[in-house]
Design a protein around this ligand. Structure first.
Ligand code: ATP
Ligand code: MG
Length: 494
């Protein structure tokens, strides 16, 4: 049987019309105003011939109009494809064709990218936000209910381990993700969530969905800026913020003396590994960091460290959110405490599958569980520790080496700004680790090696450490370990 829930935004605008929904620079919109804006954009989008069950792609910035258009598409029961504007035109065209988008809506700032797309894919219907504003309105009916099994969004993975995959996210996935988070973090009357992460990633979109489901405002920023953010967190207007490690690092570095307002209660950290020194620095400054683990496929966090454990279990990603489950499979056996294995997750926030990827669908799901491709372990109390990606594991003389562990050690050296580790072939050991660093200040390879020597077992010490100007990263700024070998000096064996 289908489960239907009232149209999230319409219901919210009915329940608490005058509460703040969105704050951007010096302007605010209440839920009833947000609903009105969404209806106007829905009417304009309808005038372009877009109707129920069509797919529309967005190439947009973190701006109020983006929020209006996302809700407008949901009012129309149209699927939304979220594009990362740092991708190349051909990568974007792949996603546009793969998702069978009928229309691309671009921010006015991205007109050049839109033109490039048009040159290579001229049958795609295009518009900009500015053009949309001037279109006539066409009468349309907003949907009364959302069907939880309906596809709400198609979001491509970051493409760290291979080509990005289109993840199907249903209304039910978003609903349960929001509920799962609320059952862990709670909802307070004065809650306000700061969104400086991109809306085209699940970390950003999930904040918009929670705002409407919980009835709390989103404070939106077009771009992350640590000085502005630190100042805002000292005002008491913000209670929760989502960050990735590099953002938090910049915030901590520029935070002098004064901490955050006491109303600020949660720094939700996700997206990748969290270096221990950063977590320790936050604990020392009294920043309430909640480590979390999740992916595009789980519609945001699925495992989060509860407030009372943030110090006692420093470094852990926590326990599954209430509606979800977690298990570790190592050599066919499940959940042996402290034994690393592949992380499997299950829950109503987990995707129903990838778009047009039968092989990935076949390989990634087993009896209702998603095989994440990540390696981790649970301790005796069931807390998850994420170690690394399965595909990046280095096997040296029969020992497993996790690049993330070595990178963390290198990053702990004060002269190292970025670090990446991968394995290369070795006649004796099969594979050995090598490291790449981007430096803040000069330091010799010998000193870095002896630094590693103090902290790592012999077999984990990189055979060589190369200095680089930059490390290969994808459009989400994630380290591409599979491409590190491409920056090796020419005479090195690959
Ligand atoms: P692709 O699937 O295309 O390779 P991706 O996995 O980087 O790209 P995302 O969905 O953006 O795409 O990222 C999710 C991944 O980020 C997780 O599978 C995991 O590898 C990593 N990650 C998320 N949270 C954590 C964490 N707390 N610790 C370590 N890694 C994490
Ligand atoms: Mg992935």
């Amino acid at each position: 049987m289908e489960t239907n829930i009232p149209n999230f935004l319409k219901q919210r605008a009915f329940l608490t019309p005058n509460r703040n929904a969105l704050v951007y620079e010096n302007k605010a919109w209440s839920f009833i105003e947000l609903f009105e804006e969404a209806k106007i954009y829905a009417q304009k989008i309808s005038s372009l011939g877009i109707k129920e069950e069509d797919t529309v792609a967005l190439l947009v910035k973190n701006r109020p109009q983006t929020v209006f258009i996302i809700h407008a598409l949901q009012q129309l029961r149209v699927k939304t494809v979220f594009l990362n504007h740092r991708l190349t035109p051909s990568e974007l065209i792949f996603q546009l064709k793969d998702s069978q988008a009928k229309l691309l809506v671009s921010d006015d700032d991205f007109i050049n990218i839109q033109n490039d797309i048009h040159l290579l894919y001229d049958s795609l219907q295009l518009t900009t936000i500015q053009e949309l504003k001037h279109l006539p309105k066409k009468e349309m009916e907003v949907v009364n209910e959302y069907i939880l099994s309906d596809i709400c969004s198609v979001m491509y993975t970051s493409g760290t381990t291979g080509n990005p995959k289109g993840v199907l996210q249903t209304f039910g996935n978003h609903w349960w993700s929001a509920i799962g988070s609320a059952l862990n973090l709670g909802i307070k009357e004065d809650d306000a969530w700061l969104c400086t992460v991109p809306i085209f990633h699940i970390s950003g979109l999930s904040i918009l969905m929670r705002s409407v489901i919980y009835g709390i405002p989103v404070y939106l920023m077009e771009q992350f800026d640590e000085v502005r953010v630190n100042r805002l967190l000292q005002t008491g207007n913000i209670t929760i913020m989502s960050v990735v490690g590099t953002m938090l690092q910049r915030m901590v570095t520029s935070l002098n003396g004064q901490g955050y307002h006491e109303k600020f209660r949660c720094m939700l950290l996700g997206g990748g590994p969290a270096p221990r020194p950063l977590l320790e620095a936050c604990a020392e400054k009294g920043i309430p960091v909640f480590q979390s683990y999740g992916m595009t496929e789980t519609s945001s966090q699925i495992v989060t460290l509860a407030p009372e454990d943030s110090i006692r279990k420093l470094g852990s990603a926590g326990k599954p959110l209430f509606p979800a489950q977690l298990k570790i499979i190592s050599e066919g056996k499940g959940n042996i405490p402290n034994e690393p294995g592949e992380i499997f997750v299950k829950g109503p926030n987990v995707t129903i599958g990838y778009l047009n990827r039968p092989e990935a669908n076949q390989n990634s799901f087993e009896d209702g569980w998603l095989k994440t491709g990540d390696i981790g372990y649970v301790d005796e109390e069931g807390y998850l520790f994420v170690m690394d990606r399965r595909s990046d594991l280095i096997i040296s003389g029969g020992e497993n080496i996790y690049p993330a562990e070595i990178e963390e050690v290198l990053l702990a050296h004060p002269n190292v700004r970025e670090a990446g580790v991968t394995g290369i072939a070795d006649e004796i050991w099969g594979q050995v680790p090598i490291g790449f660093v981007v430096l803040n200040h000069p330091v010799s390879e010998d000193e870095l090696l002896s630094f590693c020597n103090q902290k790592l077992a012999k077999y984990k010490i990189p055979k060589k450490i190369f200095k680089a100007e930059a490390l290969p990263r994808n459009a989400s700024n994630k380290l591409l370990r599979r491409k590190l070998k491409e920056i090796l000096p020419k005479d090195m064996e690959k």
